[in-house]
Design a protein around this ligand. Sequence first.
Ligand SMILES: [Zn+2]
Length: 82
Amino acid sequence: MATVKNILKHVSAETARRRRKCYRKTTHLILKGDPCLVVRDGPQSQTTYCTVCASEILAKADKSLADLHTHFTALHDASSQA
Ligand SMILES: [Zn+2]
């Protein structure tokens, strides 16, 4: 059985192993043990975000996913009515 592709491989939640800075605002500190959002933009590039920025980023991603869902749901509904 084919597995479902994970398109969010480059995004993960991690627990900070040391003090880190939020990429979006360097005044946002991520303390050791805090949850943080890690985004890998490339093999040598990864950015880390604090919990505040992470929820904003995830909310935006949620909206994008909802938009995508709407696109395919609408398509599905239209074809089932035909
Ligand atoms: Zn932040």
